[in-house]
Design a protein around this ligand. Structure first.
Ligand SMILES: [Zn+2]
Length: 586
């Protein structure tokens, strides 16, 4: 409801101002016929000019009517400006536009209902709210986009005769300055390089604008690579590649030259393949380290910028923060509290299973429980968890012998690869303690069969595993631009959603915040399979298939990712298209 209202205001701001003025005139009940002839002719108004009340509305003199019309027009126009501007600089538009509406709405109501002089209050409140907004947005907006910042002042001056030529030169200089300060490990900045080589300035602008945009949209990687006669900038946002802009080859080569000098990949003015790192401060996001890799593609140099893994700390928000349904969390908590059995998280590579595994560790009481983590490489620091590294020198059997001697209550492992590992760990889960692990399989039934064939012991899998969480990552609708829609009744029927209570549905639109794709950020869709006795029997049967396990589980013991996806569609988080895209790509 609210986002739809904002997008309406944004699209029709001029029409809205006009309509509200007409409404205001109608509400005041004034027609020129009612204005005393003396006032219309400009003579001083009589001592008691206002009749008590006019039928059909409020009475306002034409002066006060004009005044209230002007103040409300100004208020409505500035509100829609705040709405637009907030989106442009990535601030929460509904909040700030809402503050403007509240400030102006209150005083305009007073002006209409009590006395038109309250129009002055409209001016004061709207100006105050606007000033507050501008102070806040200038704190986060890049230098070049600051309200009344150097560039903006020059743009205003450029409209004034006589000084406009001077201002135009200043605009060109300001526009060519990089939007961010990029610094290398030695503390040298991109601006220092430009002072020595002003010819690279256009490319440096492209580079810093690219880093700014990538940082602000939380893009993971950007590739600047040749495409025909030109270069194209490709952004990988939430696992999807977007061709965002194309640029002239000479500008792209300047950008490559600038970044190569910054990270030390330039020798006597020539690029050499390799990688380096620089850092910068991105508004709102904060300090960011960016990896730069120069390679060659089609015989021309190309650039890959790598930004941080923005989701690395996601597990700290717990399972609820990852989007796991309350019922699934409850089931997982009881499985973890038993301190026995195996909890399996499954999904293909890149589906966020490790993050979920870490969040499940959060359900264990780490102060009273002895947890051992066996891993190849350490991804996150976890407090109160003992870690055991697997490597060439430290084979699994050697490490596991040590772990067994310590007698932990919980073992965490990023995935089982051999029969030996599967046998030892599933036995631990069935007898001694709790095993938390990951399987690279598409869903619950398939991961059980995969494990059964790895361990070559289906009965052990049935005895050890208590439940399987399966997951995928779906992109979330960008909250800055999504538009509310009425769900299609045919689709509701297909998705088995109650048409009487369809929830809220949105469609993706696209804006500056989301690289125009309509989605920003990701959340998980989760399925769960509980190992009830019929499921255990189905695994043990010769010739067990995913379908036979699914059938044995029935609806009570098997919640699908699809069901969870639909619940995220009706909650306005994502779209049916996105859920289908993710579930079809296996
Ligand atoms: Zn957007």
């Amino acid at each position: 409801m609210v986002p739809a209202l904002w997008s309406g205001i944004r699209k029709h701001r001029r029409a809205l101002v006009l309509v509200s003025l007409l409404l205001l005139a109608a509400a005041s009940g004034v027609s020129m016929a009612q204005v005393p002839a003396a006032v219309a002719a400009g003579a001083p108004p009589p001592a008691v000019p206002v009749p008590a009340a006019q039928p059909g509305g409020l009475y306002l003199s034409s002066f006060w009517l004009g005044f209230v019309m002007v103040t409300s027009a100004l208020w409505l126009y500035l509100t829609s400006w705040v709405c637009d501007d907030a989106r442009g600089v990535g601030m929460n538009a509904p909040t700030y536009a809402g503050a403007m509406i509240a400030a102006g709405g209150f005083s305009t109501a007073l002006a209409l209902l009590v006395h038109a002089a309250f129009g002055f209050l409209t001016l004061v409140l709207v100006a105050g709210t606007l000033t507050g907004y501008i102070i806040l947005r200038n704190r986060v907006a890049p230098e070049r986009f600051k309200f009344l910042g150097p560039l903006h002042r020059a743009q205003i001056l450029a409209r004034v005769p006589l000084v406009n030529k001077l201002a135009a030169a200043r605009i060109r200089r300001a526009a060519l300055k990089p939007s961010l300060t990029l610094t290398n490990a030695e503390g040298q900045s991109l601006n220092d390089i430009l002072t020595a080589q002003p010819a690279l300035s256009e490319g440096a602008r492209l580079l810093s604008d690219t880093v700014l945009r990538a940082g602000a949209t939380k893009t993971r990687k950007v590739r600047l690579q040749p495409a025909g006669e030109q270069y194209v900038a490709q952004y990988i946002l939430d696992g999807v590649l977007h061709n965002v802009e194309s640029c002239a080859s000479d500008v792209a080569l300047q950008a490559l030259g600038a970044v190569a000098q910054l990270v030390g990949l330039s020798k006597e003015g020539r690029l050499r393949p390799g990688s380096g790192e620089f850092e910068t401060d991105v508004p709102i996001v904060g300090h960011v380290k960016v990896g730069a890799q120069v390679t060659s593609s089609d015989g021309k140099p190309s650039l890959v910028l790598s930004l941080p893994d923005w989701t690395a700390d996601l597990y700290r928000g717990g399972l609820g923060g990852l989007g796991v349904h309350d019922a699934v969390i409850k089931r997982l908590r009881s499985a973890v509290q038993q301190q026995k059995g195996t909890v399996l998280v499954c999904g293909p590579a890149g589906s966020g299973t490790t993050t979920t595994l870490y969040a499940i560790i959060g359900l264990v009481d780490i102060f009273t429980t002895d947890i051992a983590m066996i891993e190849k490489k350490s991804e996150h620091e976890l407090e109160h968890v003992r870690r055991w590294a697997l490597s060439e020198e430290h084979s699994f059997s050697a490490v596991y012998d040590e772990v067994e001697r310590e007698g932990p209550q919980v073992i965490v492992l990023g995935g089982m690869e051999t029969r030996e590992q599967a046998g030892a760990l599933l036995t631990f889960g069935s007898k001694d303690g709790l095993l938390l692990t990951v399987a690279k399989a598409p869903d619950g039934p398939e991961s059980l069969l995969h494990l059964a064939s790895l361990a070559q012991d289906p009965a052990l899998v049935g005895n050890s595993v208590t439940c399987v969480v399966s997951q995928r990552l779906v992109r979330k609708l960008c909250t800055s631009c999504r538009e509310q829609v009425e769900p299609d009744p045919v689709l509701l029927k297909k998705l088995q959603v109650d048409p009487a209570d369809p929830g809220v549905w949105f469609k993706p639109v696209g804006c500056e915040v989301c690289l125009n794709c309509g989605y920003q950020g990701r959340t998980g869709i989760f399925g769960m399979l509980i190992l009830t006795d019929p499921v255990k029997d189905a695994i043990r049967k010769a010739g067990a298939t995913p379908a036979s396990i699914r059938q044995a589980a029935g609806h009570a013991a098997f919640r699908t990712m699809y069901q969870d996806g639909v619940s995220k569609v009706t909650a306005g988080i994502t779209t049916p298209d996105e859920v289908n895209r993710v579930l079809k790509a296996q």
